[in-house]
Design a protein. Structure first.
Length: 254
């Protein structure tokens, strides 16, 4: 008969074997199973058993991973040196390839993001980096997604966080912005003068055929002058009135 000690040892061994073979994976996890070193399938989520010693499992998380890309020195297309850092969002869509095709997908994706950031931004001018971030984010995301597809990774989004410039470049951009504002102010002022001149020409065309209207405008101008608090008053003298007097004087002397 089997002694109590032997029976207890057998039960303990069975419990240990059963415990070592049990695997429970959450909804967002998958298990890549290898049997004697060869890939034999992907398990999960839920409860399943592995053959101890014969089978091993690598646990893979399918949730979105956020990776902060450290600041990179980038030389823009117009030879401006800037520091750029970004953040990438990616997730594993094929657990098998993420384990078999690459040793460390986190490190591989991070290094690829750094080199891609320098490569893509180096093709653009500084003004494009500052004004077209959405387009640059999309370009970087497309390049990363295309290259990580072989690893079973999907890059869902890329966001450029900061673009740092040196002090001399910041001052140059400030001077450029000030010059641009001054140029726009001059253009607006010139357009205003042009519109005012056009309106004056229209008013002159309306008043010229009617001498009485010109006289009323002359009296209105005198009224405006009289309302000013000044010790010196200049009276406008109509040119057409001078011409009339000159014609009369010439007729009297002839």
């Amino acid at each position: 008969m089997i002694s109590a000690v032997t029976f207890a040892l057998i039960v303990l061994v069975v419990i240990v074997i059963f415990y070592s073979s049990v695997r429970i994976l959450r909804e967002y996890e998958r298990g890549v199973v290898f049997t004697l070193g060869r890939y034999t399938g992907t398990k999960g989520p839920g409860f399943f058993l592995l053959v101890p010693i014969v089978q091993q499992m690598v646990r893979v998380d399918l949730r979105i991973i956020v990776n902060d890309v450290p600041p990179q020195d980038v030389i823009s297309h117009d030879n401006v040196s800037v520091k750029v850092n970004a953040v990438i969002y990616f997730r594993i869509v094929d657990a098998e390839r993420s384990v078999i095709q690459v040793r460390d997908f986190m490190e591989a994706t991070s290094q690829l993001a750094q080199t891609t950031l320098r490569s893509v931004l180096g093709k653009h001018d500084l003004d494009e980096m500052l004004a077209e971030r959405d387009k640059l984010n999309h370009d970087i995301q497309e390049v990363l997604d295309r290259q990580t597809d072989a690893w079973g990774i999907k890059v869902s989004n890329v966001e450029i966080k900061r673009i740092d410039l040196d002090e001399s470049m910041i001052r140059a951009i400030a001077r450029q912005a000030e010059a641009e504002r001054s140029r726009r102010a001059k253009i607006i002022n010139a357009e205003g003068e042009q519109q005012a001149a056009a309106k004056l020409v229209e008013a002159a065309k309306i008043l010229a055929p009617v001498p009485q209207a010109m006289q009323l405008r002359y009296l209105a101008a005198l009224f405006d002058i009289s309302s000013e608090r000044s010790s010196t008053i200049v009276f406008p003298f109509p040119v057409d009135l001078v011409q009339t007097w000159m014609q009369r004087w010439q007729g009297a002397t002839s």
